[in-house]
Design a protein around this ligand. Structure first.
Ligand code: GDP
Ligand code: IMO
Ligand code: MG
Length: 429
């Protein structure tokens, strides 16, 4: 029996989708526990690519069961569109996709307010995905949210929606000078969703507890990354949920003592999409090279991702706050052509050296990284399948990352496809 949490250990887009797909082969349940359709998880099965926003990346394995836990925020339009997309491409979710009755619903007013707020912030914007994630979690904390179980109870839903819409329409009118939402229109739309969603709705805490008692393997699929976590990330340039391992407990109701392992995913370099500090950012020429080679364009919004050197402070911070015991290092192949590779090992600001990741956004904004420089391998790695066949410079680079992170590297990925994976210790894939 193993219950594993897989966590992005940088700013998201580390390659969690690929890792989840690989680990799903030996898992019975794959569970999303936070975030919503702001996630974009790519699975390249060889003949075709899938990008999953809402549904766990393990859905492509026909025997898995997939769960959206109570910590997820659910956009019903996006959810049903994704089911339709999967069905068109031959993937049936029937009887194997479940949604927590406690998950909060993203409404059109959440999306609109996300957009309007970003537009108003101008130079101070977060660079959100504009999917309504922040406003939905804010309503949850503010006790204004509407949950799946509320939608299922028509009387409760009508009463809540009416009350919430009054408040939202007032905000739209007074602050944003925007026209209001109609209760009747929304009521009609969601009455249809009620019927469509009903077969998926479960007490997923109970479901997972039963699965665990039956010795099923449960895989918890993190979305975003630790540096986007609302508590542990680069606040305020974060998402609005706990993308770190603690989120898996709160976001599913699983007994914490049942978690057997927490695994981290990092890229062999660093990327970030959206605003916020990025100390190890590449200079422009290198940035373009890696963006192109690594196809670093957002899976959800299509925005170019900023790219930079591997930041050991970021990785160590993630090891610490998640209790990571193993790492998967992705996209090593993207560095193949570089003659020299740097690693950020500390920051310096006004004569002070920082060896651990600072919370202060001003420090992060102005800090100069202290770099180590390692020779590149300048050989293609994407067809290599064994650790010992990697160029010696690549092995040295990875060994150095292990030392700096303080955890062993269990998997090295050298391409997006399932087969382009090197199992270092045989423990995961
Ligand atoms: P996620 O959000 O963590 O699931 O990551 P994304 O899917 O947003 O972004 C990762 C991108 O890198 C996707 O396009 C993957 O297909 C791709 N990818 C994953 N692993 C590798 C790898 O080892 N090498 C290369 N070149 N691409 C990879
Ligand atoms: P996956 O799961 C990378 C970023 C946004 C923005 C910030 C807040 O694919 O790794 P939000 O819409 O969540 O309020 O935006 O978080 N962001 C991501 N960046 N990968 C993601 O998901 C992200 N989800 C949100 O770009 O900076
Ligand atoms: Mg992504």
């Amino acid at each position: 029996m193993s219950n594993v949490i897989l966590i992005g250990a940088q700013w998201g887009d580390e390659g969690k989708g690929k890792m989840i797909d690989l680990l799903a082969r030996t898992s019975h349940y794959i569970v999303r526990f936070q975030g919503g359709n702001n996630a974009g998880h790519t699975v390249d099965i060889g003949s075709e690519k899938f990008i999953l926003h809402h549904i766990p990346s393990g859905i492509l394995h026909p025997r898995t069961k997939c769960v959206l836990g109570n910590g997820v925020v659910l956009d019903l339009e996006a959810f049903f569109d994704e089911i339709k997309m999967l069905s068109k491409r031959g993937v049936s979710v029937r009887g194997r996709l479940f949604v927590s009755e406690r998950a909060h619903i993203i409404f059109p007013y959440h999306r609109l307010i996300d957009q309007l707020k970003e537009e108003r912030k101008g130079g101070h914007k977060i660079g959100t995905t504009k999917k309504g994630i922040g406003p939905c979690y804010a309503d949850k904390a503010n006790r204004l949210g509407i949950r799946v179980c509320d939608l299922m109870n028509r009387r409760v839903f009508d009463e809540r929606l009416e009350r919430v819409l009054k408040e939202k329409n007032l905000i739209l009118k007074k602050i944003f000078n925007h026209r209001p939402f109609s209760f009747n229109d929304m009521h009609r739309t969601y009455a249809k969703y009620r019927n469509r969603l009903a077969p998926y709705v479960r007490n997923t805490s109970l479901l997972l507890d039963q699965a665990d008692r039956q010795k099923k393997h449960i895989l918890f699929e993190g979305a975003q990354g630790t540096l986007l976590d609302v508590d542990h990330g680069t606040y305020p340039f974060v998402t609005s949920s706990n993308a770190s391992a603690g989120g898996a407990i709160a976001g599913t109701g699983i007994d914490p003592s049942k978690i057997t392992e927490v695994i981290g995913v990092v890229k062999a370099y660093t990327t970030r999409v959206g605003e916020g500090p990025f100390p190890t950012l590449f200079p422009p020429g290198l940035l373009r090279h890696i963006q192109e080679r690594g196809e670093e364009f957002g899976a959800t919004t299509g925005r170019p991702r900023r790219c930079g050197w591997f930041d050991a402070l970021v990785a160590r911070h993630s090891v610490l706050v998640n209790g990571l015991k193993k790492m998967a290092v992705m996209k090593l192949d993207v560095l193949d052509e570089l003659p020299k590779i740097k690693i950020g090992v500390a920051y310096r600001l006004r004569g002070k050296r920082y060896n651990s990741f600072p919370a202060d956004s001003e420090v992060l904004e102005h800090a100069e990284p202290v770099y180590e420089e390692w020779p590149g391998w300048q050989k293609p790695t994407s067809s290599i399948r064994r650790w010992r066949d990697l160029p010696i410079q690549a092995r040295r680079y990875l060994k150095r990352l292990e030392v700096l992170m303080g955890v062993p590297i269990s998997v090295v990925s050298v391409g997006s496809k399932r087969s382009q994976t090197i199992s270092v210790d045989g423990s995961l894939v």
